[in-house]
Design a binder for this molecule. Sequence first.
Ligand code: CP
Ligand code: NVA
Length: 261
Amino acid sequence: MAMIFAKPSMRTRVSFETGFYLLGGHALYLGPDDIQMGKREETRDVARVLSRYNDIIMARVFAHQDILDLAKYATVPVINGLTDFNHPCQIMADALTIIEHVGQLEGTKVVYVGDGNNIVHSWLALASVVPFHFVCACPRGFEPDARTAKRAIKAGVSKIEITNDPKEAVKGADVVYSDVWASMGQKEEAEYRRKVFQGFQVDEELMKLAGPKAYFMHCLPAERGIEVTDGVIEAPNSIVFPQAENRMHAQNAIMLHALGL
Ligand code: CP
Ligand code: NVA
């Protein structure tokens, strides 16, 4: 497997590399300075060359179009390891974690608090196929992509709400979910975002409003003291580490499926 990384990673890189080894494969890490896809060489050429050495390609890129181009020109399966638009492998692991801890995903209330980013777009995709209650509480102007949200709502599978009121949103949640306020590629906006996102930190008070059954989840890496307090991430109902572990198990299943095994 060729693993293309245009951005940094711990979980995605280690879980794919270790997972593929456990399945009997061998994974190659191609970092930002290695093949320089789109800079040293066109994406469509990378796709066709890598397809001749590898049975599968996994890529983490900036522009979503890059993963679409890879998939279009590759002759082997291409797995999305995060783009600026979405992060499907993360949400598959999250679904597995909810099934393990809550018992089932169907009917659960998942409340995402923070930026309407790539993680939210993948939650919306999941909500288009599995019935649950998904709420995204984000500051005004940081809502998820309108077309993506509209499509998920129109699918009519899940109850989907986009709101600017985190306190109201978390009531009765089975899961309160958080992610960084400034994603990879947005770090120069971090200071500005910290001001705009005041009131969207997942702290002990917000978890209390959610109620005693609420688990805390975060895709990690977390900025403790920014989008989540240290206390919330270390609390007994925080399941961020089983969630991180499940990246590997979910992705192993995805790889076997993609390879037709
Ligand atoms: N959650 C996640 O994708 O982590 P990494 O950026 O470390 O891969
Ligand atoms: N939204 C974050 C997720 C990291 C796993 C980012 O894109 O940086």
